[in-house]
Ligand binder design. Sequence first.
Ligand code: SF4
Length: 450
Amino acid sequence: MPLNALQIYKLLPKTNCKECGFPTCLAFAMKLAAKQAELDACPYVSDEAKAALAAASRPPMRLITIGSDEHKIEVGNETELFRHDRAFYHPPGLMVRVEDTQPIEEIEETVSQVDSYSVELVGMTFELNGIAVENASGDASTYVKILKAVRANTDLPLILMAQDPKVMAAALENLGDTVPLIYAATEENWSDMTALAKKHKCPLAVYRADGLNELAGLVKQVEEAGVEDIVLDPGTRGFSDSLSVLTQVRRLALRHNFHLFGYPTITFPAEGASSIEEEALLAGQHIAKYGGFIVLDHFDPAVAYPLTTLRLNIFTDPRVPIQMEPGVYEFGEPTADSPLLTTTNFSLTYFSVAGEIQASGIPSWLLVADAEGMSVLTAWAAGNFDAERVAKDVKRFDVADKISHRKIIIPGFVAVIMGELEEELPGWEVLVGPREAIDIPRYLREIWKA
Ligand code: SF4
């Protein structure tokens, strides 16, 4: 049973030395009870206390990492059942499955497409996360050959899918220094798969489809055999059953501290779908609730784009706007005579303005002011994009050193700050630009004069 804050406090040194980063041992105990701190932060906990506190300090869902340092995926460690309660933190890994019975050219093409898929939007890069390689042939040498071909075309993380421990052993021996997810320990092979997971220090998926009690029992056996990094596959595949079962698993882990389900899940949307479109819809459901690794059977940019966008939306902290770094941005090759515009550091605002400046073809400077990630009108209403703030950033980023004129174009929506800004920036002329970004090209071409 997890301990409450007072029970934890009784086990702490009670010296209030503050080395854990909290003002008192009681404050630290409260954070531990809320699973918002790690026990390691206190250097003075006794071994007895550590043992007693292990259950209380354990995160409700373990973080599972696969891949190498450069291309790793971290999944799990979630603390919320609903995103609106706080946030979801670790986006699910979107993987694409190939089978070792496919022609090798087809596999190489799919792997290369997944590897190179990359879309830039609002300053972020959308990508897929890895390849699942299934041993459909049942043959170890075929599987190893295909794995090598996959590896030659990507450094992305891998899921190795084989039911035969001998095949899995051959694959792991030939894989080099990356850390794959092993799929899967079953009722029949769990002992051998567990030994392989321990030997190669890899996370192990545990599959059991005949009920959650049975799955929990198999997870317990795998845990007791010494595997700490586990991924759950309760075997549900359709829309309704996967929603119901994955929700039960998440609820049991987070709300009831049922530690045997305190791991991320793996899903296979194509296995519950009758078409590629249904696969995409089911993958979307799993992104929202509650897939950890989501293995697609098809690569299609028209599917990858909405799924990665949905994932971004759900796994972005709703309390933190997507922001640009404040500063002075260049478009084209601006000179000392080029126009200087200003806007806020809300990403969507920035990219709307940036796109229109680029479309104008007129080299320009853009001062992106620190408006705490808000759009123009919202920031102005909140006092985050007033004359004082803009003037401060003009000085902070040495804008005057970049231009010979002393003119700054403000968004039309904040024309009211014009007079105040001229007071804050003596010797400057404040020009009121268009309200909408779409009118910027016309403004720069027809109205702007240095
Ligand atoms: Fe208490 Fe340990 Fe924190 Fe010091 S570091 S205040 S002893 S919990």
